[in-house]
Design a protein around this ligand. Sequence first.
Ligand code: RIB
Length: 317
Amino acid sequence: MKQSVFILGSFVVDLTAKAAWLPTEGETIKGNYFKIGPGGKGANQAVAAVRAGADVQLMTKIGQDLFSPVAIDSFTQESLMSNLVLIDKNNPTGIALIMVSEDGANQILVVPGASACITEDDLLCAKQAISTSRIFLTQLEVNIDAVEKAIDVAYTNQVEVILNPAPAQPVRDDLYNKIDYITPNETETKLLTGYDVADLDGCHLAAKYFFDRGVKNVLITLGGLGVYVNNREMFSLIPAMSVHVVDTTGAGDAFNGAFAASLDAGEDVFAAALFANVAAGLSVQSFGTAPAMPYRRDIVKALKEWNVRPDLQVFNS
Ligand code: RIB
């Protein structure tokens, strides 16, 4: 059986500053820490999937400028460097301005730069690699036409598709029936479906919205409340681990990368979500995004120690 994860997504350099609280509009406050490091949802998820044990191919695009070495160093270290890391001579490497407060909350402004310039020709070169993968994972931080075309290739070749619809933006209705797993957070769910997911009823309504359009499995990440998982027949609400939160930036990426790795290893949606939920819980305990992604041995250990087996309940749709 073919086994590997193909990820199409962004690389950006994270410029992260920490302060006691987040400034409001028009306010200047003093911070107490600053760091430059690798980020971008696609690259973060790729690092998370590699560290969670998967064989991963990452397709992304960076510029040729002072930030490109940050990408190349990180990809080399994580065994993600390949000819699918494209260099754009005309557009800059993407960046994200991130502010993190003492309690771990964040605000992010991302400029995807070269990552949003993936062309049809680029995708043609990746067609073979996508179609021979087992899992295809993407987000909405690269240009949407590239996302749509790559999903088409995956779907046509019976590769399982995970869409992490982040950052939030509307997607074409006809994309949904090509998606095996959709993984929005609360705000993305609200933007895509119109439903608040503050309670279980809201989660069920949002899941029904996706199911009615053809999505096969819905996983709504609920931050400190955990993750709602529904495969049309059964649902589960997996609680978040209770941890000391340092920085929540990239927790969704930890979840998605580890989830893809676990599915690729043959787990079902509920077991994979449980594994991914623990990965996210570990990632928020250190500062940064890609560097904070946990390794498989740590996820497995935490999963054993945590010892939570959430109930599966039958969903009456
Ligand atoms: O999901 C977190 C990521 O979103 C950060 O690394 C930042 O680059 C933004 O793209």
